[in-house]
Design a protein. Structure first.
Length: 245
């Protein structure tokens, strides 16, 4: 599904090279986790996959479902089924979630003709499942949400939209234990239906609840180590230096 090859990218404004040759593959129904020290380029990778104009691809390739998407505009990438939850979900004043979500759903699934009342009911149920009262749907996107509420709302949206690939940047940050469990069970359900996941995290606590296929470590713009959940545990226990990265 997602195949990234030898990807190098720089910050347009300064020319600084941040991604220095990244290779990653995420297949259908697979969960790949990326860990790595602060500032190693994880969120930059997310932005580059989504085609953020702030960054420029120097060389390498991003393929999705066998198609080269390296130069596609962001909305085209979304249309292909790539969903991103950013580390800092933006606040959008003036747009209610209740009208935003159906609009996004149409972008991902133009043929979806779920009647509005049914969709509303489903949105309410999904919000409840992540521990958010239905009244959150009436609120403007992320405005005044707590850190954990933003992350819960992101997963609810992902669950409703059902993309082909979900890229979640620190979705576990700020989540309480109950939210972590609820969200893990939703991610598992989605992966079992064939959705692929690229999860960026600093802690193995989310990975404990999931059957992760691969853990990759990014340091200074490169993937320097790959392994399973054991690698995540070793990093938590001993730190990056001790595991030889
Ligand atoms: N818009 C920008 N302006 C200046 N520097 C930037 C910008 N975006 C990214 N960088 C730099 O690129 C490097 C990688 O940042 P990035 O956000 O990708 O790290 P990260 O691995 O996600 O870190 P964290 O774990 O702290 O979220 C950092 O040194 C950061 O300061
Ligand atoms: Mg980051």
């Amino acid at each position: 599904m997602l195949k990234i090859e030898k990807l190098k990218a720089r910050l347009r404004e300064t020319g600084e090279e941040i991604l220095k040759g990244v290779d990653i593959e995420v297949g259908k129904g697979k969960i790949v986790a990326i860990m790595g020290p602060n500032g190693s380029g994880k969120s930059t990778l997310v932005n580059v996959i989504m085609g953020n104009e702030k960054f420029e691809v120097i060389s390498g390739k991003i393929e999705f479902d066998g198609q080269d998407i390296t130069d596609l505009p962001t909305h085209e990438r979304a249309k292909k089924g790539i969903y991103v939850s950013f580390q800092h979900p933006p606040e959008v004043d003036g747009v209610r979630l209740a009208s935003f979500i159906p609009m996004v759903l149409q972008k991902y699934h133009p043929d979806d003709d779920t009647p509005i009342p049914k969709l509303r009911k489903m949105m309410g149920e999904t919000f409840k499942r992540v521990g958010l009262d239905e009244s959150f749907l009436k609120r403007h996107i992320n405005v005044g949400f707590s850190g954990g509420e933003k992350k819960r709302a992101e997963v609810a949206q992902l669950y409703i939209i059902k993309p082909k690939l979900a890229i979640l940047d620190e979705i576990d940050s700020g989540l309480d234990v109950d939210a972590l469990k609820a969200i893990s069970s939703m991610i598992t359900e989605l992966r079992n239906s064939g959705i692929g996941f690229l999860l960026i995290t600093h802690y193995p606590r989310l990975l404990h609840h999931l059957d992760v296929d691969e853990v990759k470590v990014m340091v200074d713009g490169r993937i320097v180590k790959s392994g399973g959940i054991d690698l995540a545990l070793e990093i938590e226990d001993k730190g990056y230096e001790a595991v030889g990265v």
